[in-house]
Design a protein around this ligand. Sequence first.
Ligand code: NAP
Ligand code: MG
Length: 493
Amino acid sequence: MNAPEQVSPSLRLPAGLNFIGGAWVDDASAERIEVRDPSSERVLGSIPRSTAASVDHAVQAATAAFNDPAWAGLPPLGREALLHRLANLVEQHASELAAIESLDNGKPIAFSSTLDVPVCVQWLRYFAGWPSKLSGRQLAPAMLPAGTTHAYTLRDPVGVVGAIVPWNFPLVLAIWKLAPALAAGCTVVIKPAEQTPYSLLKLAELIDAAGFPKGVVNVVLGDGSTGQHIVDHPGIAKISFTGSTPVGKHIAACASRDLKRVTLELGGKSPTIILPDANLESAIPGAAQAVFVNSGQICFAGTRLFAPRKLFDQVLDGIAAVGASFKIGAGLEPDSMLGPVVSQRQLDSVLGKVQAGVNAGAAVHSGGGRVDREGYFVQPTILVTSDRENPAYREEVFGPVLTATPYDDIDELAAFANDSDYGLGAHIYTRDLSKAHQLARRIQAGTVWINTQLAPDPNLPFGGFKQSGWGRENSEDVFAHYLETKTVIVNIA
Ligand code: NAP
Ligand code: MG
């Protein structure tokens, strides 16, 4: 079952094979995992639940590539050229990559073609600019007489990176790890989520075509057990993980055994705060997009809404109307705006969390159930509660589900926003910029958006406070996690 799948005359899915050391290889001893189209529930193909032997093979290939002068000896401009070539190839294959992503994940093609794939190109180009700017510094020792010592720092790539990515933005989140790791001179073993392997397999074809030396990027397919083999492998220097907070905590505990470097980009329960003076004509659609785009499967989705009590009904009715206006449809339908959630398991999880919120006293303002059609579609849902212990208020749902709470006093807002184990993002809507900046300072979150929503940028750090993770992705800051600093001290007296 790992032959290429001809989905339509124009769309062929890559075969479910690992990409190791520049070759496509099967894991014959592995069980197979079915991959489904969440819009139709149809099986698209299968991938191996790769074993420890496959992971070891990939780590060996990545280690050999890390030490090979073909990669290690490449001048920084050589890495820049490879990243630009890959960006060009992604651009040339944009419509195919977008179609694969929409089929595999269910996300509307209107988004994958205008958001996911262009973001990948922009990130590759942004990081292509970095290799020639990464360097150490010359420093003067504080305790030695001037002129007696020459001291400087070097910045060495950390080694083989184990990258583990989820299914909500399969290609984007893979690129968020690959681009800086490759810019830094690392080599990579990367595992996509079992639900959405195909866009990364297509990317591996393009990485090969771009001319990256064999073994610099290796793709190993599988589920959490395969991810665990990556986490446990002594040849991996650093784990870069995006996914759920429980798995992130588990990975941190495992990695502490040999002190692997770890960065974690985890869950969130990000607030959207509408101040009494906000322009509701932009705040209402903004708040709706922040929670319903990608069917709510965004780690920094605005899932807790705080609106003034006197505007509460108007705001909720407005958000519900925006949600209802999103055309529900399969990923590949051109006018679809709201796709399914990724899997039967995710559907059950989202509906179970809505029910738990209702059981604990939350009122259903709108939605609340499955859409009556094939595929794992969930209605845009708004729950109302003022009980900050309600599970719908506290727990990440990862579906198109907003939990709304009215407020009376804006001085309470920072405390409300911060009353969460998470701290990934926050959205504020107001016309009063001094209030906005004051609130932004008091909110514990990695990113605060003011009068805008859901807009990461390659040159802006992204990551979480508290249980939303460790470290930052994007921007120059990300290199702190892919480079080690080495200090060299020379006696010249
Ligand atoms: P998950 O289990 O954390 O999966 C994320 C990635 O980690 C996948 O590639 C997964 O493999 C892998 N993985 C799982 N267990 C592992 C282990 N022990 N060692 C190494 N890797 C491991 O997330 P999920 O189960 O797919 O989704 C559950 C919830 O996570 C969602 O409902 C949502 O709340 C949250 N989530 C957050 C993000 C985010 O962007 N922060 C993204 C996705 C999900 P397999 O999936 O192939 O098993
Ligand atoms: Mg999973």
